[in-house]
Write a protein of this length. Structure first.
Length: 211
């Protein structure tokens, strides 16, 4: 083969290669599942998406017809869980092959789940799929103090000093006052009094001056 002669190489069809590449990486429109997933976006918003199989819906419609009922519409129902109490808080009509939905909750910190199904004219609801349970987070800092993640005093002082917290203060009295204020902003660890914390902070400042 003459490697200097480009005519001896087979012609490369870039368009065909691109078409094969696009087909290879294209996501399918469905996966043949019958399920609904619920996710939390923020304290006030949840997001759900679903896929339902035609055969499952057809079987459900046949069951409804056998009971002499008439399907009114497809709906998405939102439930809130409060201990043993479960109640429906929202219901959305689904149209035009929609397959996902953003849900704005009434308040944060609520456990919820959703169901997709068929609503009959008499108000009976038949489930196509039920989601997982999620809990939206609070919209404020937690009142719970977790000792496992609590920072030690020595580590706090090191971070405070390295951040430049001591460099801009002249007297030790000013340093004591700042450290006291910072420690008050923290919640006191269990079993440690404010006197112990402030006493150790004065000892730290004394050591800092001697260094």
């Amino acid at each position: 083969m003459d490697y200097n002669n480009t005519a001896s190489y087979p012609e490369f069809d870039n368009k065909e290669h691109q078409s094969m590449s696009d087909a290879l990486w294209q996501l399918p429109s469905n996966y043949g599942d019958n399920k609904i997933i619920l996710m939390v976006r923020d304290p006030w918003t949840m997001f759900t998406y679903w896929e339902t199989r035609n055969d499952v819906e057809e079987n459900l419609r046949e069951e409804i017809n056998r009971k002499g009922k008439v399907v009114s519409k497809s709906v998405l129902r939102v439930y809130e869980i409060n201990g043993e109490d479960v109640k429906t808080v929202m219901c959305f009509e689904l149209r035009d092959w929609v397959s996902d939905w953003y849900i704005h909750v009434t308040e944060p910190g609520i456990s919820s789940f959703v169901e997709i199904g068929l609503l009959c004219e008499d108000g009976d609801f038949f489930i196509l799929a039920k989601s997982n349970i999620v809990c939206t987070p609070a919209n404020k800092m937690s009142d719970i103090i977790d000792e496992k993640w609590m920072c030690s005093e020595d580590l706090y002082y090191k971070m405070f000093a390295r951040s430049g917290g001591l460099s801009s203060m002249g007297s030790s009295a000013e340093i004591v006052e700042v450290v006291k204020r910072r420690l008050k902003e923290w919640r006191l660890p269990i079993g440690l009094s404010s006197g112990e914390m402030f006493g150790s902070s004065s000892l730290f400042i004394s050591r800092k001056k001697n260094d």
